[in-house]
Design a protein around this ligand. Structure first.
Ligand code: NDP
Ligand code: 2IT
Length: 453
C-alpha cells in the first residue's frame, strides 16, 4: 500500500476507534483500489475515498420493550445509511447480541459495493439491534419489533431506505416490522423486502442468498472446466443462507457434509440429503432448536461442540472440494484457511459477510484457489430484494421461474464483471480485486456526477 493509503487507514482507525471489523472491511477495499487511483486521479482530487468511508447518516435510538415477566428491557437500535449515490439505501437488519455500531458500519460499507455489483439501482445501508431473539417468545419478539419500528419508520421509505433481513431477522420479524410500519405510516408500500408471499413478497427471496452463492461457485468452477457434481462441500451455519446453499448444492449434485450453529457443528459423512435438510429446516425455522439435535436424529453423524479458545475451527479441517461459510464474520481464521487449502479445497464461496479474516484471504489468494468474496458471492439475496422492490412498484409479481432466471443471470453477470475487472487491472483470477474495483467504480462515477455531496 502506498504512503497516502497508509495515512488514510491510520486516519480511519483514529477516527473510528474500537471498530476493528469496519477497519478490516475498509482496508480490504482500499488495498484493491490502489490500482484504480493511479489511473483515475480525479477520484483523488474529489476525495471519493474519504467520502465513501463516511456514512451519509447514522441513526441510533433507544428500543424499550416489556418482556413476558412484565420487566422493562432496553436495547439499542441502529440504522447506518452509508451511500445513496446509485439508489435508495438498501440492506438488512441484524438482531444479535454482538451488534455494535462498528459491526453495522462494516456491513453497510460492504453493502455499497455489493449492491452496485448487482446492476440494480440500490445504495447501501445496514441496521439492527443488540437484541437477542434466541429464547424469546413470539410475543416478546413482536413487542420488540414494534418498538424498534416505532422509531425507525420515520427514517425509511420505499424511495428512501428499504431494510430487509440478516442474522436473527427472518420472515417472522419482517412480518412484525411491516405490520407496525403500515400502522404508523398508514401506507401499504414496499418499505421492507423479504415479505410474506401473500403480502408483497417475492418468490425465491428466501432461497436467493444461498442459491446465488452456489450459482457463483458454479461459475467459478466453470472457468476451470469443472462443475459442482460430485463435490464434497463444507457448509457452516444452519440459518437462511446455509439451508438454501445446501438445497442448491443438492440440486447440482454436491455432497454437503457439515452444518453448524453457534454451539457446535455436525459432520455427516453420508451427506445431508433432502430428508435430513427438511429436518434441519423444521428444527431451525419452526422449533428454533440446536443443530446438536441433528446428531440425535441421525446417529451416524458426529456432533462437535464449540471449544472456547481453540486455535482453529474443526469444521474447516475436514477434507473437501468446496467451502461455503454461511454463518458470520471472521469465522475462518488464518489457521482454518491453511487447513482448508492443505486438505484440498478448490472453491471458497462466501455466503456470509466477511467470514474470512484478512490473513485467511491472503492464504486463499496465494494458493490460487477459486475464492469468491462475500460482496460478490452472496449478492443474490439483495439482488432478489431489488427484484421484490421492482415487483412492488409495478404492483405485479413474477413467477418462480422468472425470478430464478433473473437471479441466475445477475450472478453470472457479477461473476463476469469480477473476471473482466480483475483481468483489466492485471490481477487475473483475483475476485477480491474484481469485486472491490467493479463495485467501487460504479458508485464513484455516480458520486463524481452528483458533485460534492
Ligand atoms: P440466520 O440468523 O438465519 O442464521 C445465522 C446462522 O449463523 C445460525 O446458524 C447461527 O447460529 C450462526 N451464527 C450467527 N452468529 C454466529 C456467531 N457469532 N458464531 C457462530 N455462529 C453464528 O442468518 P443468515 O443465514 O441470514 O445470515 C448468515 C450470514 O449470511 C451472515 O453473515 C449474513 O450477514 C449473511 N448474509 C445474509 C443474507 C440474507 O439474505 N439473509 C444476504 C447476504 C449475506 P445460532 O442460531 O446459534 O446463532
Ligand atoms: O447482507 C445482505 O446482503 C443482506 N442481508 C440482504 C440485504 C437485503 O436488502 O436483501
Amino acid at each position: 500500500m502506498n504512503d497516502r493509503l497508509v495515512r488514510l487507514m491510520d486516519d480511519v482507525k483514529a477516527r473510528n476507534p474500537a471498530q476493528p471489523e469496519f477497519h478490516q472491511a475498509v482496508e480490504e477495499v482500499v488495498d484493491s483500489l490502489e490500482l484504480v487511483l493511479d489511473r483515475r486521479p480525479e477520484y483523488r482530487s474529489q476525495r471519493i475515498l474519504e467520502r465513501i468511508i463516511e456514512p451519509e447518516r447514522v441513526i441510533l435510538f433507544r428500543v424499550p420493550w416489556v418482556d413476558d415477566q412484565g420487566d422493562v428491557r432496553i436495547n439499542r437500535g441502529f440504522r447506518v445509511e452509508m451511500n445513496s449515490a446509485i439508489g435508495p439505501y438498501k440492506g438488512g437488519l441484524r438482531f444479535h447480541p454482538s451488534v455494535t455500531l462498528g459491526i453495522l458500519k462494516f456491513l453497510a460499507f460492504e453493502q455499497v459495493f455489493k449492491n452496485a455489483l448487482t446492476t440494480l439501482p440500490m445504495g447501501g445501508g445496514k441496521g439492527g439491534s443488540d437484541f437477542d431473539p434466541k429464547g424469546k417468545s413470539d410475543g416478546e419478539v413482536m413487542r420488540f419489533c414494534q418498538s424498534f419500528m416505532t422509531e425507525l419508520y420515520r427514517h425509511i421509505g420505499p424511495n428512501t431506505d428499504v431494510p430487509a433481513g440478516d442474522i436473527g431477522v427472518g420472515g417472522r420479524e419482517i412480518g412484525y416490522l411491516f405490520g407496525q410500519y403500515k400502522r404508523l405510516a398508514n401506507e401499504f408500500t414496499g418499505v421492507l423486502t423479504g415479505k410474506g408471499l401473500n403480502w408483497g413478497g417475492s418468490l425465491i427471496r428466501p432461497e436467493a442468498t444461498g442459491c446465488g452463492t452456489v450459482y457463483f461457485a458454479a461459475e467459478m468452477l466453470a472457468t476451470r472446466g469443472d462443475t459442482l457434481d460430485g463435490k464434497t462441500c463444507l457448509v457452516s451455519g444452519s440459518g437462511n443462507v446455509a439451508q438454501f446453499t445446501a438445497e442448491k448444492l443438492l440440486d447440482l449434485g454436491g455432497r454437503v457434509v457439515t452444518l453448524s450453529d453457534s454451539s457446535g457443528y455436525i459432520y455427516d459423512e453420508a451427506g445431508v440429503d433432502r430428508e435430513k435438510l427438511a429436518f434441519v429446516m423444521e428444527l431451525k425455522n419452526h422449533r428454533r432448536g440446536r443443530i446438536e439435535e441433528y446428531a440425535q436424529e441421525y446417529p451416524d453423524a458426529a456432533y462437535t461442540p464449540v471449544e472456547d479458545g481453540a486455535d482453529h475451527n474443526p469444521l474447516w479441517n475436514h477434507a473437501a472440494d468446496c467451502a461455503f461459510p454461511s454463518a458470520t464474520q471472521n469465522e475462518i481464521n488464518e489457521q482454518d484457511a491453511r487447513n482448508l487449502v492443505a486438505n484440498g479445497v478448490q472453491v471458497v464461496a462466501e455466503g456470509a459477510n466477511m467470514p474470512t479474516v484478512a490473513g485467511g484471504v491472503e492464504v486463499f489468494l496465494d494458493a490460487g484457489i477459486l475464492y469468491g468474496p462475500g460482496k460478490a458471492a452472496n449478492a443474490g439475496g439483495v439482488a432478489v430484494s431489488g427484484l421484490e422492490m421492482a415487483q412492488n412498484s409495478m404492483r405485479f409479481s413474477w413467477s418462480r421461474e422468472e425470478v430464478d432466471r433473473r437471479l441466475h443471470g445477475i450472478m453470472k453477470d457479477i461473476h463476469a464483471t469480477c473476471v473482466a475487472v480483475s483481468d483489466e487491472f492485471g490481477t487475473p483470477g483475483n475476485y477480491v480485486n474484481g469485486a472491490n474495483i467493479g463495485g467501487f467504480i460504479k458508485v464513484a462515477d455516480a458520486m463524481m456526477d452528483q458533485g460534492i455531496v
